[in-house]
Design a protein around this ligand. Structure first.
Ligand SMILES: [Zn+2]
Length: 132
C-alpha cells in the first residue's frame, strides 16, 4: 500500500477530480484501507463550502468597492459644491462692496432706477434690488 505521506499531497486534487486515472486509482485504493486519510478527505469536504463562500465574498467586496467609489464621487461633488458656495459668497460680498463704493462716489447712484424697469412698473431706487 502507498504510504500516507505520498497520498496526502494528492488528496485535494483527487477531491476536485483533477488526478489522472492511475493517480486516482492509487488514491482510491489507499483511501479504501486508510482511516486517517479518509478523515483528511472529510476535513477537505467540510472546508470546501467555506472556500466557495469566500469566492462569493469577493463579489461582495466588488459591490462594497463600487459603493466606496460612489461615496468618493459624492464626496468630490460635495467638495466642489462647497467651493462654489464659498465663491458665491465672496462674489456677493464683492458686489455689495462695489455698490457701497459706487454709492459713496456718486450719491445719485442710489436714486437711479433699474435699467430693467418696465414702463408700467412703479419706479424703484436701485438700492432696493438685492442679490439673493
Ligand atoms: Zn493514509
Amino acid at each position: 500500500m502507498t504510504r500516507c505521506d505520498e497520498i496526502r499531497p494528492r488528496l485535494a486534487a483527487w477531491l476536485d477530480g483533477e488526478l489522472g486515472d492511475v493517480d486516482r486509482q492509487t488514491v482510491d485504493n489507499h483511501l479504501a484501507g486508510c482511516v486517517d486519510c479518509t478523515a483528511v478527505v472529510h476535513g477537505y469536504r467540510a472546508i470546501k463550502p467555506a472556500v466557495v463562500l469566500d469566492t462569493s465574498a469577493n463579489g461582495l467586496w466588488d459591490a462594497v468597492a463600487a459603493r466606496i467609489d460612489e461615496a468618493d464621487t459624492i464626496t468630490a461633488l460635495l467638495t466642489e459644491l462647497r467651493q462654489m458656495r464659498d465663491e458665491m459668497r465672496g462674489l456677493r460680498a464683492e458686489v455689495a462692496d462695489l455698490r457701497s463704493e459706487l454709492a459713496r462716489r456718486s450719491p445719485a447712484y442710489t436714486t437711479r432706477t433699474s435699467p430693467f424697469s418696465f414702463p408700467d412698473a412703479p419706479e424703484r431706487p436701485l438700492s432696493q434690488y438685492r442679490l439673493v
